[in-house]
Design a protein around this ligand. Structure first.
Ligand code: FES
Length: 112
């Protein structure tokens, strides 16, 4: 009789670009609901959504250029429409609502 082994359950697609994550979280970008990997910088999440436009975009990825700026609020502060942040510097927040963003951020299916 052969011994059976238990295979681990499949995990989300691994990527060298992303920090490890277990699940996707829902956010809203310019009125569109999307799912992105938890525990990652917001700009990485944008890259997850639109690999080519962000990878080849004009971004320093280290807080210098401000080309990645967004304005957002969270579900805890629904009336705060204008909180600015650099998406290369903040982690994605579940249920965050991005109300505006730099024209340098082009997302396939959302801004173009
Ligand atoms: S990508 Fe340059 S400041 Fe965020």
């Amino acid at each position: 009789m052969s011994e059976q082994t238990c295979e681990p359950s499949p995990t989300p697609v691994e990527s060298d670009l992303l920090d490890p994550y277990e699940r996707l979280v829902k956010i809203e970008v310019l009125g569109q609901r999307v799912e992105v990997p938890e525990n990652n910088r917001l700009l990485r999440c944008f890259q997850y959504l639109s690999l080519e436009t962000i990878s080849y975009g004009d971004f320093c990825w280290n807080g210098d250029c401000t080309n990645c700026q967004v304005w957002y609020h969270t579900k805890d502060q629904p009336n705060d429409n204008g909180k600015p942040a650099l998406s290369c510097r903040i982690d994605v927040i579940e249920e965050m609502v991005i109300t505006a963003m730099s024209p340098f951020i082009k997302l396939r299916g959302i801004t173009k």
